[in-house]
Design a protein around this ligand. Sequence first.
Ligand code: NZQ
Ligand code: ZN
Length: 389
Amino acid sequence: MFNFVFENATKVYFGKGCVKEHLPEILKNYGDTVMVAYGGGSVKKTGVYDEIVSILKDNGKKVVDFASIMPNPTYAKVLEGAKLARENGVSLILGVGGGSVMDCCKAVSLAAVSKADVWENFWAKPGVIDFEPLPLCVVVTASGTGSECNGGAVITNEALKIKTGRDYPQCNPRFAMLDPTYTYSLPMGQMISGAFDTLSHIMETYFGEPNEDNVSDSISEALMKSVIRNLRAAIKNPEDYDARANLMWCATMAENRIIKLGKKPDFECHAIEHQLGAYTDCNHGRGLAVIHPVYYRHIYKYGLPKFVRFAQEVWGIERGTKSDEELAAAGVEALAAFIKEIGLPTTLRELGVTDKAALKEIADSCGISAGSYKRMTHEEILEIFEECF
Ligand code: NZQ
Ligand code: ZN
């Protein structure tokens, strides 16, 4: 296990009814003006917006609306939110939505206070936050990214065609409210893509050193099995509370830093997907589903012991007469079969990518992970894209 320092500043409220029960006590510690940030309008259709705004009004707060945060939030949207927050003297940001809303709010919490160019200083390269960002509370309506319990924010700079994430502990939401019933209204496709994102976060952490016995890998195996089991249950019955609750908490557990402790995670699939997203605006979980099996076919021989463990522990594949290599490959194929079973895409064309010639530029723009069992080159990423096409 590698050395680590652990900190997580987010206070989590979990369970049915948690917003109604706990939001009023949170509000007591903040000023008069709360910015309610949300996406394209699902929260208005579901009634979550009205519920929250009435709690705010009952507690004497003035509400500033920051609407229309798009999936794959842009830097321009961050600047719009920061201006709104500054002009209205906002004392608390309340982000209500999925990963896109939460990430945008984290960046707004910096940009509203910082006098510097936030992209240049904190996303183009890692920066030092020596000021207090605006306080943030998030109410999760789409689980998957785990953004609610970390300081990570993935932002797209449309002009530069770069989608990238940074994780600053100062950007952890102060409070995260997770009511699994808020996710019932998610379209089936988004529920599946969010759960696959969670599975991807766990796999990208698991398939990295150390290979010796460590707590993280054991927790990760339990989490992967839970995501697989509960996603199947939620597909059968979208209002299965336990399935939704487990998916929601697995998403948080995957990205609250706990399973990364003592590990060197990979996250190459994320680096590839983020650039695919920067160029095509594809859905994050769907992009990952296309890339994962093909990427693992490229690297499993270099991380054989872990891929053997994955096949046996996660997918329950018996060794029989199989060699390590055959067993490891069977685990990767079990993952590929699961992706088909849950209806996620398996090709770039299904994601809407039609121009094969454009793939080289996207491949060349991808980051290279130092944690991969096999260090990628841009040529090999292009091969992966071509195999995905
Ligand atoms: O915009 P609205 O109308 O709210 O609709 C959203 C959106 O269209 C809809 N939705 C959310 N909750 C709903 C709902 N529809 C009905 N009922 C509800 N209860 O779902 C759609 C997708 O939302 P989005 O927030 O984009 O999805 P997700 O949570 O998958 O977030 C994706 C973003 O997070 C980034 C991704 O790259 C992507 O930009 N990530 C953030 C990470 C982090 N901060 O730690 C890590 C991840 O790896 C990821 O990169
Ligand atoms: Zn992700």
